[in-house]
Write a protein that binds this ligand. Structure first.
Ligand code: COA
Length: 260
Protein backbone atom coordinates (compact mmCIF):
# COMPACT_ATOMS: atom_id res chain seq x y z
CA UNK A 1 0.00 0.00 0.00
CA UNK A 2 1.38 3.43 -0.94
CA UNK A 3 0.84 6.46 1.30
CA UNK A 4 1.63 10.16 0.88
CA UNK A 5 1.21 11.31 4.49
CA UNK A 6 2.10 8.36 6.69
CA UNK A 7 5.01 5.96 7.03
CA UNK A 8 4.60 2.37 8.22
CA UNK A 9 7.65 0.65 9.63
CA UNK A 10 7.07 -3.02 10.37
CA UNK A 11 9.57 -4.50 12.81
CA UNK A 12 8.72 -8.17 13.24
CA UNK A 13 5.44 -8.17 15.21
CA UNK A 14 5.37 -4.38 15.73
CA UNK A 15 4.09 -1.74 13.32
CA UNK A 16 5.18 1.85 13.88
CA UNK A 17 2.81 4.22 12.07
CA UNK A 18 4.22 7.75 11.72
CA UNK A 19 2.08 10.65 10.59
CA UNK A 20 4.40 12.47 8.24
CA UNK A 21 3.44 16.07 7.48
CA UNK A 22 6.04 17.77 9.72
CA UNK A 23 5.84 21.14 7.91
CA UNK A 24 2.13 21.28 8.90
CA UNK A 25 2.86 19.84 12.35
CA UNK A 26 1.27 16.60 11.13
CA UNK A 27 -2.19 18.21 10.95
CA UNK A 28 -4.88 15.74 9.94
CA UNK A 29 -6.14 16.57 6.48
CA UNK A 30 -8.76 14.43 4.75
CA UNK A 31 -6.18 12.38 2.88
CA UNK A 32 -4.21 11.60 6.05
CA UNK A 33 -7.37 10.45 7.86
CA UNK A 34 -8.19 8.14 4.93
CA UNK A 35 -4.64 6.80 4.76
CA UNK A 36 -4.60 6.13 8.51
CA UNK A 37 -7.94 4.38 8.26
CA UNK A 38 -6.68 2.14 5.44
CA UNK A 39 -3.42 1.48 7.26
CA UNK A 40 -5.13 0.45 10.51
CA UNK A 41 -7.50 -1.87 8.63
CA UNK A 42 -4.59 -3.47 6.76
CA UNK A 43 -2.49 -3.89 9.92
CA UNK A 44 -5.45 -5.37 11.79
CA UNK A 45 -5.79 -8.11 9.19
CA UNK A 46 -2.06 -8.80 8.96
CA UNK A 47 -1.46 -11.83 11.14
CA UNK A 48 2.18 -11.10 12.04
CA UNK A 49 1.34 -7.69 13.58
CA UNK A 50 0.64 -7.86 17.31
CA UNK A 51 0.95 -4.23 18.45
CA UNK A 52 0.68 -0.88 16.64
CA UNK A 53 2.44 2.29 17.76
CA UNK A 54 1.21 5.65 16.45
CA UNK A 55 3.43 8.72 16.47
CA UNK A 56 4.19 11.96 14.61
CA UNK A 57 7.25 12.80 12.55
CA UNK A 58 9.75 15.46 13.60
CA UNK A 59 10.49 16.61 17.11
CA UNK A 60 7.74 19.21 17.46
CA UNK A 61 4.37 17.56 17.05
CA UNK A 62 2.40 14.38 17.39
CA UNK A 63 -0.51 16.03 15.55
CA UNK A 64 -1.43 19.76 15.86
CA UNK A 65 -5.07 19.11 15.06
CA UNK A 66 -7.43 18.69 12.18
CA UNK A 67 -6.26 20.67 9.16
CA UNK A 68 -7.97 24.02 9.74
CA UNK A 69 -7.41 25.11 6.11
CA UNK A 70 -9.73 22.34 4.90
CA UNK A 71 -12.85 23.27 6.87
CA UNK A 72 -12.67 27.04 7.38
CA UNK A 73 -15.51 27.69 4.88
CA UNK A 74 -17.72 24.69 5.67
CA UNK A 75 -21.52 24.91 6.09
CA UNK A 76 -23.46 23.42 9.03
CA UNK A 77 -24.09 20.25 7.00
CA UNK A 78 -20.51 19.90 5.88
CA UNK A 79 -19.31 20.39 9.45
CA UNK A 80 -21.58 17.63 10.72
CA UNK A 81 -20.45 15.29 7.96
CA UNK A 82 -16.78 16.07 8.67
CA UNK A 83 -17.18 14.91 12.28
CA UNK A 84 -19.33 11.88 11.45
CA UNK A 85 -17.09 10.64 8.66
CA UNK A 86 -13.90 11.18 10.68
CA UNK A 87 -15.26 9.38 13.73
CA UNK A 88 -16.38 6.43 11.64
CA UNK A 89 -13.30 6.19 9.43
CA UNK A 90 -10.61 6.61 12.03
CA UNK A 91 -11.39 7.44 15.65
CA UNK A 92 -13.95 4.71 16.37
CA UNK A 93 -11.95 2.29 14.23
CA UNK A 94 -8.81 2.80 16.33
CA UNK A 95 -10.66 2.63 19.64
CA UNK A 96 -12.25 -0.68 18.68
CA UNK A 97 -9.30 -2.18 16.83
CA UNK A 98 -8.68 -5.77 17.92
CA UNK A 99 -4.94 -5.12 18.29
CA UNK A 100 -3.41 -2.79 20.89
CA UNK A 101 -2.67 0.72 19.64
CA UNK A 102 -0.30 2.88 21.71
CA UNK A 103 -0.18 6.64 21.10
CA UNK A 104 3.38 7.91 21.36
CA UNK A 105 2.93 11.65 21.88
CA UNK A 106 6.20 13.28 20.84
CA UNK A 107 5.13 16.94 20.88
CA UNK A 108 1.94 18.95 20.36
CA UNK A 109 -1.22 16.84 20.53
CA UNK A 110 -3.94 19.39 19.93
CA UNK A 111 -7.54 19.19 18.83
CA UNK A 112 -7.95 16.24 16.46
CA UNK A 113 -4.42 15.19 17.44
CA UNK A 114 -5.32 14.75 21.09
CA UNK A 115 -8.60 13.17 20.01
CA UNK A 116 -6.66 10.65 17.92
CA UNK A 117 -4.32 9.92 20.84
CA UNK A 118 -7.37 9.46 23.09
CA UNK A 119 -8.84 6.93 20.62
CA UNK A 120 -5.72 4.80 21.08
CA UNK A 121 -5.83 2.20 23.85
CA UNK A 122 -3.34 4.13 25.96
CA UNK A 123 -0.81 6.93 25.67
CA UNK A 124 2.79 7.73 26.58
CA UNK A 125 4.41 11.13 26.07
CA UNK A 126 7.73 12.94 25.91
CA UNK A 127 8.58 15.70 28.38
CA UNK A 128 8.16 18.41 25.70
CA UNK A 129 4.63 17.26 24.76
CA UNK A 130 1.76 19.69 25.11
CA UNK A 131 -1.86 18.61 25.00
CA UNK A 132 -5.11 20.49 24.59
CA UNK A 133 -8.44 20.84 22.85
CA UNK A 134 -8.29 24.42 21.50
CA UNK A 135 -11.43 24.17 19.34
CA UNK A 136 -13.51 26.79 21.20
CA UNK A 137 -10.78 29.32 20.41
CA UNK A 138 -11.76 28.73 16.76
CA UNK A 139 -15.49 28.97 17.47
CA UNK A 140 -16.12 25.24 17.23
CA UNK A 141 -16.09 22.26 19.61
CA UNK A 142 -14.10 19.01 19.46
CA UNK A 143 -15.78 16.83 16.81
CA UNK A 144 -13.75 13.65 16.75
CA UNK A 145 -14.98 12.30 20.09
CA UNK A 146 -12.99 14.71 22.27
CA UNK A 147 -15.86 15.86 24.47
CA UNK A 148 -16.60 12.22 25.30
CA UNK A 149 -13.19 10.60 25.58
CA UNK A 150 -11.50 13.45 27.49
CA UNK A 151 -14.21 13.32 30.17
CA UNK A 152 -13.83 9.51 30.33
CA UNK A 153 -10.08 9.80 30.84
CA UNK A 154 -9.67 12.80 33.15
CA UNK A 155 -13.17 13.29 34.61
CA UNK A 156 -15.86 15.80 33.78
CA UNK A 157 -14.51 18.81 35.68
CA UNK A 158 -10.99 18.70 34.25
CA UNK A 159 -12.37 18.01 30.75
CA UNK A 160 -14.69 21.01 31.03
CA UNK A 161 -11.80 23.23 32.14
CA UNK A 162 -9.49 22.05 29.35
CA UNK A 163 -12.17 22.49 26.69
CA UNK A 164 -13.46 25.86 27.99
CA UNK A 165 -10.02 27.45 28.43
CA UNK A 166 -8.72 25.98 25.14
CA UNK A 167 -5.43 25.81 27.01
CA UNK A 168 -2.57 23.35 26.79
CA UNK A 169 -1.32 21.13 29.59
CA UNK A 170 2.20 19.80 30.03
CA UNK A 171 3.13 16.12 29.79
CA UNK A 172 3.61 15.97 33.58
CA UNK A 173 0.15 17.41 34.21
CA UNK A 174 -1.30 15.01 31.64
CA UNK A 175 0.27 12.16 33.60
CA UNK A 176 -1.10 13.49 36.90
CA UNK A 177 -4.53 13.72 35.29
CA UNK A 178 -4.41 10.17 33.88
CA UNK A 179 -4.35 11.30 30.26
CA UNK A 180 -0.97 9.68 29.61
CA UNK A 181 0.52 6.71 31.46
CA UNK A 182 4.24 7.50 31.35
CA UNK A 183 6.46 10.47 30.50
CA UNK A 184 10.05 10.19 29.34
CA UNK A 185 12.58 12.11 27.24
CA UNK A 186 11.96 12.54 23.54
CA UNK A 187 15.07 10.43 22.79
CA UNK A 188 13.79 7.51 24.84
CA UNK A 189 10.12 7.69 23.94
CA UNK A 190 10.00 5.24 21.02
CA UNK A 191 12.23 2.77 22.87
CA UNK A 192 9.84 2.90 25.83
CA UNK A 193 6.93 2.21 23.47
CA UNK A 194 8.79 -0.78 22.02
CA UNK A 195 9.51 -2.13 25.50
CA UNK A 196 5.86 -1.89 26.46
CA UNK A 197 4.88 -3.48 23.14
CA UNK A 198 7.26 -6.41 23.71
CA UNK A 199 5.66 -7.06 27.12
CA UNK A 200 2.21 -7.06 25.50
CA UNK A 201 3.38 -9.46 22.78
CA UNK A 202 4.31 -12.13 25.31
CA UNK A 203 0.62 -12.52 26.15
CA UNK A 204 -2.31 -14.07 24.34
CA UNK A 205 -3.39 -11.86 21.46
CA UNK A 206 -6.82 -13.50 21.49
CA UNK A 207 -7.29 -12.67 25.17
CA UNK A 208 -6.02 -9.12 24.59
CA UNK A 209 -8.63 -8.57 21.84
CA UNK A 210 -11.32 -9.87 24.21
CA UNK A 211 -10.07 -7.51 26.93
CA UNK A 212 -10.24 -4.53 24.56
CA UNK A 213 -13.88 -5.37 23.74
CA UNK A 214 -14.75 -5.84 27.42
CA UNK A 215 -13.08 -2.62 28.62
CA UNK A 216 -14.66 -0.61 25.78
CA UNK A 217 -18.07 -2.07 26.66
CA UNK A 218 -18.04 0.08 29.80
CA UNK A 219 -18.34 3.16 27.61
CA UNK A 220 -21.06 1.80 25.32
CA UNK A 221 -24.50 2.77 26.61
CA UNK A 222 -26.14 0.06 24.47
CA UNK A 223 -24.53 -2.83 26.33
CA UNK A 224 -23.89 -4.00 29.89
CA UNK A 225 -20.13 -4.19 30.36
CA UNK A 226 -20.36 -6.90 33.03
CA UNK A 227 -22.36 -9.09 30.68
CA UNK A 228 -19.90 -8.50 27.87
CA UNK A 229 -17.09 -9.46 30.26
CA UNK A 230 -18.84 -12.71 31.23
CA UNK A 231 -19.38 -13.66 27.56
CA UNK A 232 -15.80 -12.77 26.58
CA UNK A 233 -14.40 -14.60 29.62
CA UNK A 234 -16.37 -17.72 28.71
CA UNK A 235 -15.26 -17.60 25.07
CA UNK A 236 -11.61 -17.61 26.17
CA UNK A 237 -12.07 -21.16 27.44
CA UNK A 238 -12.59 -22.33 23.85
CA UNK A 239 -9.34 -20.86 22.51
CA UNK A 240 -6.04 -22.59 21.80
CA UNK A 241 -4.30 -19.74 23.62
CA UNK A 242 -6.15 -20.62 26.84
CA UNK A 243 -5.12 -24.28 26.55
CA UNK A 244 -1.51 -23.23 25.94
CA UNK A 245 -1.45 -20.58 28.70
CA UNK A 246 -2.85 -22.85 31.40
CA UNK A 247 -0.80 -25.89 30.26
CA UNK A 248 2.41 -23.85 30.25
CA UNK A 249 1.72 -22.60 33.76
CA UNK A 250 1.05 -26.10 35.10
CA UNK A 251 4.12 -27.48 33.28
CA UNK A 252 6.25 -24.62 34.65
CA UNK A 253 7.34 -23.36 31.22
CA UNK A 254 6.86 -20.17 29.25
CA UNK A 255 3.77 -20.21 27.00
CA UNK A 256 4.05 -20.08 23.25
CA UNK A 257 0.67 -18.71 22.21
CA UNK A 258 -0.65 -19.71 18.77
CA UNK A 259 -2.87 -16.59 18.74
CA UNK A 260 -6.01 -18.62 18.08
N1 COA B 1 -4.18 22.92 10.65
C1 COA B 1 -3.53 23.37 9.58
N2 COA B 1 -2.25 23.80 9.61
C2 COA B 1 -1.65 23.78 10.79
C3 COA B 1 -2.26 23.33 11.97
C4 COA B 1 -3.60 22.86 11.86
N3 COA B 1 -4.27 22.39 12.90
N4 COA B 1 -1.40 23.43 13.01
C5 COA B 1 -0.26 23.94 12.48
N5 COA B 1 -0.40 24.15 11.14
C6 COA B 1 0.58 24.70 10.21
C7 COA B 1 0.71 26.21 10.33
O1 COA B 1 -0.30 26.85 9.60
C8 COA B 1 2.09 26.40 9.75
O2 COA B 1 1.99 26.32 8.35
P1 COA B 1 2.78 27.40 7.41
O3 COA B 1 4.22 27.23 7.77
O4 COA B 1 2.44 26.98 6.01
O5 COA B 1 2.26 28.74 7.81
C9 COA B 1 2.86 25.18 10.21
O6 COA B 1 1.86 24.20 10.52
C10 COA B 1 3.70 25.42 11.46
O7 COA B 1 2.85 25.94 12.47
P2 COA B 1 3.15 27.32 13.26
O8 COA B 1 1.85 27.84 13.77
O9 COA B 1 3.98 28.22 12.41
O10 COA B 1 4.05 26.75 14.45
P3 COA B 1 4.23 27.43 15.89
O11 COA B 1 5.35 26.70 16.53
O12 COA B 1 4.31 28.90 15.79
O13 COA B 1 2.86 27.08 16.68
C11 COA B 1 1.03 25.67 17.38
C12 COA B 1 2.54 25.75 16.99
C13 COA B 1 0.70 24.20 17.52
C14 COA B 1 0.82 26.38 18.73
C15 COA B 1 0.18 26.34 16.29
O14 COA B 1 0.56 25.78 15.03
C16 COA B 1 -1.31 26.12 16.45
O15 COA B 1 -1.92 26.76 17.28
N6 COA B 1 -1.90 25.25 15.61
C17 COA B 1 -3.34 25.03 15.59
C18 COA B 1 -3.77 24.19 16.77
C19 COA B 1 -5.28 24.02 16.76
O16 COA B 1 -6.02 24.94 16.95
N7 COA B 1 -5.68 22.78 16.54
C20 COA B 1 -7.09 22.42 16.58
C21 COA B 1 -7.65 22.38 15.24
S1 COA B 1 -9.39 22.01 15.30
Amino acid sequence: MKFNNIIIDQQENLAVVTINRPKKLNALNKETILELSNAFKALESEESIKVIVLTGSGDKAFVAGADISEFADFSIEEGGKLAAKGQELLFDLVENLSKPVIAVINGFALGGGLELAMSCHFRIASTNAKMGLPEVSLGVIPGYGGTQRLAQLVGKGKAMEMIMTAGMISADDAKDWGLVNTVTTQEELLELAKNIASKIMRNSSVAISAAIRAVNANFDKEVNGYEVEIAEFGNCFGTEDFKEGTSAFLEKRKPSFPGK
